[in-house]
Design a protein around this ligand. Structure first.
Ligand SMILES: [Zn+2]
Length: 58
């Protein structure tokens, strides 16, 4: 069964998308958005994701 990891990074904070190889990672391995420099990850992205979801809640 194939599972394709996304080849792009989508910032949870600003929604910008970049090629995965264009994204820098911090010491913890979390990707940092080249656009807004937001660090997203299991912890850091929670607020951004919740904010985004609240904006598109049905
Ligand atoms: Zn961003």
């Amino acid at each position: 069964m194939d599972f394709d990891w996304p080849t792009y990074f989508e910032c949870a904070a600003c929604g910008a998308e970049f090629p995965a190889n264009a994204v820098q990672y911090d010491d913890l391995g979390y990707p940092e958005c080249p656009e807004c420099e937001a660090r997203t990850g299991p912890l850091a992205s929670l607020e951004a994701v919740e904010a985004a979801e609240s904006g598109i809640a049905e």
